[in-house]
Design a binder for this molecule. Structure first.
Ligand SMILES: [Zn+2]
Length: 251
């Protein structure tokens, strides 16, 4: 079987897209070979533990509407979470609610390093490459890391529909949240968790490295759990994202 790629790039990979550059760290629930998984693992892989339900569909529609570029991850966060620093304790989860993940049993340092080299690094390198190409065109760039969250996590019922997560660029985050509210979304800042706690790793890493504005967006999964719903939400989000007042891109 052909090995699935650790990432995919859609849209203007040559850098001539608009001012948006979108990433999707949890776009996939693939467990890539040589790893295998069991029927028991599949339950978690299909659930929000395995990937961000609906998020890649939103990203694809935004790329189509905005004529921009996006980098989507090609492996499950349960294999290795590209939205965590390599030193983070949840980089590779051994279990979910006490049930072990078969492909993470008996992990040794060599296997962790293999996953970092063959999966994590290529994904992050692809974001760097896309940002380099896009920045070479000129004009400001907004890096949006697109995610989705479960409506209910244990006893935590989440009423907000969109969370705008940030640890920098507070004013941009607040303007974007207001713009989403104008589109009718129940929008919260730094919820369902705060961007100030190190959990918007990918946006922070690449935004800081390249000196671009970065924000993570979290969309409630029940709004986008079919392709048609995700497309509809992306179309409602697009005017808000487009209304952000930053310098336009020379074309
Ligand atoms: Zn996510």
């Amino acid at each position: 079987m052909p090995q699935p790629a650790p990432f995919s790039v859609i849209g203007h990979a040559d850098g001539y897209g608009g001012r948006l550059l979108v990433t999707c760290e949890h776009a996939s629930n693939v467990v890539p070979a040589p790893l295998t998984h069991t029927a028991g693992d599949q339950r978690w892989l299909d659930d929000h533990w395995g990937w961000d339900i609906g998020a890649p569909d939103v990203v694809r529609e935004l790329v189509r509407l905005k004529d921009c570029v996006a980098v989507l991850c090609g492996f499950s966060r349960l294999v290795l979470d590209p939205n965590r620093d390599v030193t983070h304790p949840d980089l590779i989860r051994r279990e979910v609610y006490g049930e072990p993940l078969s492909f993470n049993v008996n992990l040794d340092a060599e296997e962790v390093n293999r996953r970092i080299t063959e999966l994590y690094a290529p994904y992050h390198d692809a974001i760097d490459k896309a940002l380099h190409a896009r920045l070479a065109v000129g004009g400001d760039v907004v890096l949006l890391s697109m995610h989705s969250f479960t409506p209910k996590l244990d006893d935590d019922v989440r009423a907000m529909e969109i969370g705008v997560l940030y640890d920098n660029y507070d004013a941009v985050a607040e303007r974007l949240a207001d713009a989403f509210r104008e589109q009718g979304f129940v929008t919260a800042l730094n919820e369902p968790y705060s961007g100030r706690t190190g959990l918007i790793f990918a946006a922070n890493r690449h935004g800081r490295e390249h000196g671009v504005i970065y924000i993570e967006l979290e969309i409630r999964q029940d709004l986008i759990d079919t392709p048609a719903k995700a497309i509809a939400v992306a179309r409602r989000m697009e005017p808000a994202i487009s209304s952000l007042q930053i310098r336009d891109t020379p074309r």
